[in-house]
Unconditional design. Sequence first.
Length: 256
Amino acid sequence: MTLIDSHCHLNYPGLVEDEPGVLERARKRGVRGFLNISTRQSEWRDVVAAAERHADVWAAIGVHPHEADGHPDLGAEALTAAAAHPRVIAIGECGLDYHYDKSDRTAQRERFQAHIAAAQETGLPLVVHSRDAEEDTAAMLREAQGVTGVLHCFTGTRWLAERGLELGFYVSLSGIVTFKNAKELQEVARMVPADQLLVETDAPFLAPVPNRGKTCEPAFVADTAAFLAELRGEAPEELAARTTANFFRLFNKAAR
């Protein structure tokens, strides 16, 4: 059985101190690929370096909406230039977060638009974060001509999932879907088409059941996948194969 962790932060504390061990523990559970995500420009070099060290690790270049105020001059040009590296297969993590409002909302939308423009220029998919900003997220993606991507660590409403799916975006589910109080999210998880579903950890955050309280590792994507297979009434091997195929179809630069 082969799985891909479509979103993790290998350079974050809790993982970076034991990068070889973290990856090996995941490989022993069938994880054969890792998309290492940046959240600020200062991380780009380290995220790419990890992808250079390991043939099964790829990088995404972006700035999280929490960091929008700290990157006032970030434009599509810088993102496009960094994305030219052969191990960079996605633009992000980017998007909108009105839950914490750690950055000005106008700044968030401006930085998100820069990522969209970079995705249009490079042809790479977007890795989209959206929290309590569903209408603006959907509107900006609707206006983004020729752009695809993933709604990562999805915790939104069925409405947002449906809008994203209609636009050709994928929905990625993290360990949150295994939580007892995630009933609405579990209903969304049941309705996502099999060919638009991804799995992720968002490690080192959000460890799934039965690992709650631990530092999340990419190995734990196997637990989320097993839960999803049972939830959706699918064989674990089938879900693993489909989500892996979906990953390489969406992030097709990784398959080259």
